[in-house]
Design a protein around this ligand. Structure first.
Ligand SMILES: Cc1cc2nc3c(=O)[nH]c(=O)nc-3n(C[C@H](O)[C@H](O)[C@H](O)COP(=O)(O)OP(=O)(O)OC[C@H]3O[C@@H](n4cnc5c(N)ncnc54)[C@H](O)[C@@H]3O)c2cc1C
Length: 566
């Protein structure tokens, strides 16, 4: 197998990966970015609503970074590590200013200050935007910026598995998707910036490429995931296609209504109403539907009409177009049909505030692939883009420091391991008949949605676990129809399914273990938050079919847990 050598490899070309690569490259190290899609097609390009930032002189006069930290911690139902949230808030203004100076044209107020809108759970409005197409703007700006640096890009290359030597990562095996040629990329540091995992759920706002590859690669290499039971469901996905209708709509004043025309959020969040955090709003919508106050088919209405046609078309163009093209609804005339769908993963590869994983020397993670943890049990809208940039940068800097302190060690004895990774991949899809991989995938997505979704209980999760284990067994006689050796996307889809199955078992096991309700993890059999027993991070390792679970304390500093009411 061909071998290539770098100081650092970044897996993922979204905002987190590009920001980390930027920092490594400007520090003078040889870095490559591997991405299974062209970088600007990463899921980072589809975010709509905005990036949260406290900007001195551009924020509400009563606001300050401490309020932002507090909102983030409360939004995360107190499972957030306050030092991480403080860093996020304190660097938010600076990072927006940097993106602006690199070329992102943010919406402005008439007096020239950066415009701002409310997002759920914010005491003061902090979300900065470019209409409702912010992330296209951010990702293209950053890609243009890093294109001018000495970084090698391996676009449409699929990372299969990490290679480790005892407790040290020494590289990754990746395959060029066009020619299916594997290469052993050697490096002293690896940054996992592989994004989320929405495809695990039957209903998700995520791109098809979000299959949780990075979480699974880290697990197989022996690294832990932190808080894997916490999955976010966004309240307003378009019915029936699940395309996201951004929280920006409610931020601009849209309201949720049931089939009686009631503004039902008054029952669930009397003060914040439609701008309650996502976990609360998603549960409210499902409750309305279950109690017969939804519309036939299972959705509620998102009413924008009072905002006026001009305003809707200017500020919420994407929402307007999506409703028109994918639901046949003119949002200026009638409410948009919406229901919750999986949206974001709070869990992730366990890392500290500098992006370093404690299990494997040289392993780093940033963005949605990582759990720092700034989002705790529930992420606030527009905090994720901010996290990708702030912690992408912190991680890149930490990698540069790590490289200056760690010399290259001989890893030639590991060539066989690299060969084995490729053999295992082919073995996984070797069957000629049996079950088509798509059948297993559909079953997995349905069981996760139904049993490990918005509402959970012991019987349901146990049932899900036994089904997931069964599905893992079924892969021994799994086939793909496409046998070609050029751009065999079906082969890669099957490998993505392997990753999803590895992750699913960890999510279900840890969800079963956490016997309380906190943020997005809602157990109908344990409906209360239990700080006495559960104010702690879950740390989970995958050993074959067994999930080993330990716990880590939340680093409580200034903000003590209190009842979470909105
Ligand atoms: C529809 C939508 C709207 C959103 N809106 C907002 C918003 O308004 N504000 C906000 O803060 N957040 C928003 N989010 C969340 C936010 O967009 C994401 O959390 C964030 O963009 C993740 O960035 P990332 O860099 O971590 O990963 P991504 O941008 O997802 O990039 C992952 C990268 O990893 C690569 N990759 C993955 N697996 C492999 C593999 N096996 N081999 C090689 N490469 C691989 C991919 O090619 C890709 O380049 C939204 C999310 C969605 C889905």
């Amino acid at each position: 197998m061909e071998k290539l050598s770098y100081d650092a490899i970044v897996i993922g070309g979204g905002l987190a990966g590009l920001m980390a690569a930027h920092e490594i490259a400007v520090s003078g190290y040889k870095v490559a970015v591997i991405s299974k899609v062209f970088p600007t097609r990463s899921h980072s390009s589809s975010a709509e609503g905005g990036i949260a930032a406290y900007i001195e002189g551009n924020s509400d006069p009563n606001d300050n970074p401490d309020y932002m930290t507090y909102d983030t911690i409360k939004g995360g139902d107190f499972l957030v590590d306050p030092d991480a949230a403080e860093l996020l808030s304190q660097k938010s203004g600076e990072i927006v200013r940097i993106m602006e100076s690199w070329g992102t044209l943010f919406n402005r107020q008439p007096d020239g200050r950066v415009a701002v809108r409310y997002f759920g759970g914010q005491t003061y409005p902090r979300t900065r935007f470019v209409g409702d197409k912010l992330e296209m703007a951010l990702l293209h700006t950053l890609f243009q910026r890093v294109s001018g640096l000495d970084i090698d890009f391996y676009n449409e290359w699929f990372a299969l598995d990490l290679i480790r030597d005892d407790k040290r990562v020494v590289g990754v095996v990746a395959m060029e998707m066009k020619s299916m040629t594997p290469v052993f990329f050697k490096a002293r540091a690896i940054v996992m910036a592989t994004g989320g995992m929405g495809m695990l759920y039957a209903h998700s706002t995520n791109a098809y490429i979000n299959t949780g590859d990075g979480y699974a690669m880290a697990l197989r290499a022996g690294a832990a995931l932190k808080d894997p039971e916490f999955v976010q469901f966004h309240p307003t996905a378009l019915y029936p296609s699940d395309i996201l209708i951004s929280e920006a709509a409610r931020g601009e004043g849209a309201i949720l209504i049931n089939n009686k025309g009631e503004r039902f959020m008054a029952r669930y969040a009397p003060r914040k109403l439609d701008l309650a955090p996502r976990d609360i709003t998603s549960r409210a919508i499902i409750t309305e539907i279950r109690e017969g106050r939804g519309f036939p088919g299972g959705y509620v209405g998102l009413d924008l009409r009072h905002l006026g046609e001009d305003y809707i078309k200017e500020r919420l163009a994407l929402a307007y177009e999506a409703a028109k093209n994918f639901a046949g609804v003119d949002a200026t005339q009638e409410p948009i049909p919406v229901r919750p769908a999986q949206h974001y993963y709070m869990g992730g590869i366990d890392v500290d505030i500098t992006g370093q994983n404690p299990d494997l020397v040289g392993l780093f993670a940033a963005g949605e692939a990582a759990c720092v943890s700034v989002h705790g049990a529930n992420r606030l809208g527009s905090n994720s883009l901010l996290e990708t940039l702030v912690f992408g940068r912190e991680t890149g800097r930490a990698v540069a420091k790590f490289l200056s302190e760690h010399k290259e060690e001989d890893s030639n004895s590991l060539d066989k391991e690299a060969e084995k990774v490729v053999d295992d991949a082919y073995k996984f899809v070797k069957s000629e008949s049996g079950v088509h991989f798509g059948e297993i995938l559909n079953k997995l997505r349905n069981v996760m949605w139904e049993k490990v979704g918005i509402f959970r209980d012991e019987d349901g999760i146990k049932d899900a676990l036994s089904q997931i284990i069964e599905l893992r067994k079924m892969t021994s006689s799994m086939y793909v129809l496409d046998k070609s050796t050029t751009y065999n996307t079906e082969f890669f889809n099957a490998l993505e399914l392997r990753n999803m199955l590895d992750l699913a078992i960890v999510i279900a096991r840890t969800a079963l273990e956490r016997k309380e309700s906190r943020g997005a993890h809602y157990r109908t059999d344990y409906p209360e938050r239990d700080d006495t027993n559960w104010l702690k991070h879950t740390i989970a390792y995958l050993k074959g079919e067994t999930v080993e679970i330990t716990y880590k304390p939340v680093r409580i500093t200034r903000w003590k847990p209190e009842p979470r009411v909105y």
